[in-house]
Design a binder for this molecule. Structure first.
Ligand SMILES: O=P(O)(O)OC[C@H]1O[C@H](OP(=O)(O)OP(=O)(O)O)[C@H](O)[C@@H]1O
Ligand SMILES: O=c1cc[nH]c(=O)[nH]1
Ligand SMILES: [Mg+2]
Length: 211
C-alpha cells in the first residue's frame, strides 16, 4: 500500500476551515467538494488512458482519452456521498457504484448495509471515497470487497487519516495494489475512535445531524 499526503497551501487552507467547529453544514459540504477536486487531481495521476487521433482545426494530431474499461468510483455512504460530485467532475465518464457502511460507535466495527456495484471488477481501476480513515475498519473491509471482485488497482481518496488507521491498512492490505491519497495524516485517535485534531463526525457535519 502506498500513501500520498497532498501538500498544497489551498488544500491546507480548505482543510482548516473544514476542521473549524463553527463551519456550518452548507459551507462544510462546499469545502469538502472543493477539497476532493484538489485531491482527485493527485489521485488520478495514474488513471489509464489510450491514444486517440483527432483533427484540430489546423491538423491531425494524437492525444489521449480515458481507456476502457471505465474507472469505477465508489463513495462509502453516508459521508462519502459528499465527495462524489467533486470526483466525477474530473472523471465524467466514470461508472459509479455504492457501498453503504456504518461503524458501531461502541465496538468501532464496520458493517455493510448496502452494496450496489458490478460483480466483476476485473481489470478495473477503482476510486473509493470516504472522508475519514480512523481505525481503518471501514476502508479495509471496502477494499477487500473490491479486490475480491477483481479490482486490480484501488485508490482511496480520504480527507483525513489517523496514523493508527494507516498502520492497519498497511498491515491488512500488504501486497495489494492500493494507494491512499489524503489531505492530512493527523496526530492520533481518541478513546472514542475519533481523529485528533480531526473535524468531528464527518457525516453529521455534512448532513446537519449533529445535535
Ligand atoms: O476508519 P473507521 O474507524 O472505520 O471509521 C471511519 C468511518 O466512520 C465514518 O462513517 P460512519 O460510520 O459515521 O457513517 P456515516 O458516514 O453514515 O456517518 C466515516 O465516514 C468512515 O466511513
Ligand atoms: O473522527 C472521525 C472518525 C470516524 N468518523 C468520523 O466521522 N470522524
Ligand atoms: Mg458518521
Amino acid at each position: 500500500m502506498r500513501i500520498h499526503v497532498v501538500d498544497h497551501p489551498l488544500v491546507a487552507h480548505k482543510l482548516t476551515t473544514l476542521r473549524d467547529k463553527r463551519t456550518d453544514s452548507p459551507t462544510f459540504r462546499r469545502l469538502a467538494d472543493e477539497l476532493v477536486t484538489l485531491l482527485a487531481y493527485e489521485a488520478t495521476r495514474d488513471v489509464r488512458t489510450e491514444q486517440v487521433d483527432i483533427d484540430t482545426p489546423v491538423t491531425r494530431t494524437t492525444g489521449v482519452k480515458l481507456s476502457h474499461p471505465r474507472p469505477l468510483v465508489v463513495p462509502i455512504l453516508r459521508a462519502g456521498l459528499g465527495m462524489l460530485d467533486g470526483m466525477v467532475r474530473l472523471l465524467p465518464t466514470a461508472e459509479v457504484g455504492f457501498l453503504g457502511m456504518i461503524r458501531n460507535e461502541e465496538t468501532l466495527e464496520a458493517s455493510t448495509y448496502a452494496t450496489r456495484m458490478p460483480e466483476d471488477l476485473s481489470g478495473r481501476q477503482v476510486y473509493v471515497l470516504d472522508p475519514m480513515l480512523a481505525t481503518g475498519g471501514t476502508l479495509v473491509a471496502a477494499i477487500q470487497e473490491l479486490i475480491k471482485r477483481g479490482a486490480d488497482d484501488v485508490t482511496a481518496v480520504v480527507l483525513l487519516a489517523a496514523p493508527e488507521g494507516v498502520e492497519v491498512m498497511e498491515r491488512e492490505l500488504a501486497g495489494t495494489p492500493v494507494t491512499v491519497v489524503t489531505a492530512s495524516v493527523d496526530e492520533r485517535l481518541n478513546e472514542q475512535g475519533y481523529i485528533v485534531p480531526g473535524l468531528g463526525d464527518a457525516g453529521d457535519r455534512m448532513y446537519g445531524t449533529a445535535e
